[in-house]
Design a protein. Sequence first.
Length: 480
Amino acid sequence: MTTSALFTDFYELTMAQAYWKRGTNEVSVFDMFFRRNPFSGGYSVFAGLAPLLEAVTEFRFSPEDIEWLRGLGQFEKGFLDYLADFRFSGDLWAMDEGTIAFPNEPLIRVHAPVIEAIIIEGMLLNIVNFQSLIATKSARVWLAANRGKVLEFGLRRAQGWDGAMSASRAAYIGGASGTSNALAGKAYGIPVMGTMAHSWIMSFPDEEAAFDAYAELYPDKSVFLIDTYDTLGSGIHAAIAAGKRLALKGKSFGVRLDSGDIQYLSGKVREELDRAGFTEATITVSNELTEEIIESLMLNKAPIDWWGVGTHLVTGGDEASFTGVYKLAARPDGKGGLEPTMKLSDNPDKTTNPGVKQVWRLYHEDGTFKADVLALEGETVRPGQERRFYHPSIDHMNFSFSPAKAEPLLKKRLSGGSVCPNCHGKDGPVHLAETRTRVREGLERLDRSYRRILNPHIYKVALTSELRKIKRDFLKIYEK
């Protein structure tokens, strides 16, 4: 992971020098949120927090970085001296990694001197946007597979080394059972999986010889790739022959399909395996799978045990990016405090919500999610207390609700630039396991109407009356 603070957009540095020159480097508050769910879905998965905290605490300008900036001729010596000592000294609040999240609610809230807050913007968005995109995609794939076994096979199709590593991490969080990426297995403790390529089979006189050689070396992990030449004409029969010899040793096996009509072939292969007495033999499929294809195969009862998903999982498929943005929410009031601020736009969807905010999740009696509510920091939403909540931009859309449970989602992660004690697990097997469990539990608490692949129901994200009033007051000012 890069820790060079040059990993930022250049205009952040030119603005930073302008703030420094003006002597206006007071604490401000920024929100990171996203505008819409990816994949036309009904939810998103927040991912990337652990690597973000690591990056923020290590973000530095090296002597070589400073010299490069000096050579551009745009920065004063005093400002470069300031950058040479740059350390993030602010506070950062965030949802738990793995939280099911929704548009226009802060996932992260940053309180920091404005120069520090803007310099980390690009890096923050880069990490969280990509990992949230892939974790969301993975959750969709996992649900489409009826919570089945999904293998992330995307290393060779990912966007570069860092893209592959981040994608493997995020895919595991979202629901994948393992990865083909050996380095990600080492770095994150993700189970690594994989057997053979077509080249292994093609290097032998025939498929049966290839399968026997592999089974001799790996009798406990034999999955035979049966579509190199003719899946039903030779591949499955060679696999069964090799499987019979494994059975004599008390071992089982599986087969894999990587091409052709997956529904038709998996059904015929299952018939052949069952006829030969191998009812426990597994079938793994791959080849440009998407959640829509997987859902269709499941609905048609294709007898598939494992799903190998690569390209469309690690790249986001037809969704190029997560729509996360980073916007100023509160600025110095000139009296040592903060005052709300708000971005307006001709496009109502780009108008922001002002002020320092907390996100409250409201629950039904059965433990499922009802809605998320944006409230001013310091407001409390109490269980058992009925209140009215308002649509962020459409006044006549509101609802009244008495939550069985109300939970604040933003928690302090960094204080004075340092990780808060007991607020964040070190990124590794334990942290990822907890995060992955949080995703699954969150999805179960989300009504199935929001989890639909096609045309999901829209989850409510609302404002308290207090926050609504501040927003309306801003709008009135700009109406004049």
